[in-house]
Design a protein around this ligand. Structure first.
Ligand SMILES: C[S@@+](CC[C@H](N)C(=O)[O-])C[C@H]1O[C@@H](n2cnc3c(N)ncnc32)[C@H](O)[C@@H]1O
Length: 258
């Protein structure tokens, strides 16, 4: 339980152990506790369903988009493969980063690309950097269609934002992992589900049926990947943790020992 006491200038957090911890409002601990409550409250009221990127609805927390921009700049991929297109805002976001970087293209996969969304994406100024593939992201035919558009040696970054159930994300990780070269990343979105069990708009099974469970299973079977939090590219402040709907989202393929 969280209490924000602005008069006293402190945040009080009662943990699962029943112990109440007090944090001065001007501390990273207070900021992270308030942010966790803000994230949950924002989920309940669908805050992320209120943004666009260059005119297309993008269903993401802006903080997560900024962190993805940092990763894209760091990794300099040739191709971003994203499962889960919806209105296409995230595809346009990545394509616009590539346009600014003078390189790169985006392949979007969705089981159901609505005609109006397809038309809007294809009419967008970023369309020349975007390819759309319709199909279940775990179907062999879909993976074949994606792979056919990637040349040998191209650096690939994969973003998983389709069906967030454990089994589906696990299957996506198995399917797309071979596309990732050493040093490359897969990003599995919406791990916050694990912390939202019991919240409005949550499922009763979210405590275990979530992307983080899929990541844990995958990492246990794939020592060639590691949990790869990139860290902040710049930080002159005191906060060390991402404020995110995507906890533990980054999987990095280990560098091969020389
Ligand atoms: C959360 S939305 C994607 C949001 C988008 N990435 C954005 O940032 O705006 C999830 C999308 O995943 C798609 N989807 C659901 N199950 C899928 C599956 N099995 N394979 C591929 N896409 C799927 C849905 O049709 C939906 O458009």
């Amino acid at each position: 339980m969280l209490t924000i006491d602005e008069e006293c200038g402190e945040v009080r957090v009662r943990g699962g152990d029943g112990i109440v911890r007090r944090h001065d409002l001007a501390t990273p601990e207070a900021f992270e506790a308030v942010s966790a409550a803000w994230l949950r409250c924002g989920w309940d009221v669908k805050y992320v369903y209120s943004f666009t990127w260059l005119g297309r609805p993008v269903i993401q927390l802006p903080e997560d988009l900024i962190r993805m921009q940092e990763l894209v700049w760091r990794v300099q991929p040739d191709v971003i493969v994203e499962t889960g297109i919806a209105h296409g805002g995230s595809l346009v976001f990545y394509a616009s980063l590539f346009a600014a970087m003078g390189r790169g293209r985006v392949i979007g996969v969705d089981i159901d690309i609505r005609p109006a969304n397809r038309a809007a994406i294809m009419a967008h100024p970023m369309a020349s950097r975007i390819a759309l593939i319709e199909g279940d992201s775990t179907a062999p035919a879909t993976l074949g269609a994606v792979s056919a558009q990637i040349a040998p040696g191209e650096r690939v970054l994969v973003v998983l934002d389709s069906d967030h159930s454990r089994d589906h994300v696990r299957a996506e990780l198995e399917a797309f992992a071979p596309l990732i070269a050493p040093g490359g990343y897969i990003v599995a979105c919406d791990g916050i589900m694990a912390d939202l069990a019991g919240a409005a708009r949550s499922g009763p099974d979210w405590a275990w049926d979530n992307p983080v469970s899929a990541i844990d299973c995958f990492l246990a079977d794939h020592p060639e990947f590691e949990a790869g939090e990139p860290g902040f590219a710049f930080n002159e402040g005191q906060v060390r943790a991402r404020i995110t709907y995507w906890p533990r989202c980054f999987l990095r393929r280990c560098e091969v020992a020389a």
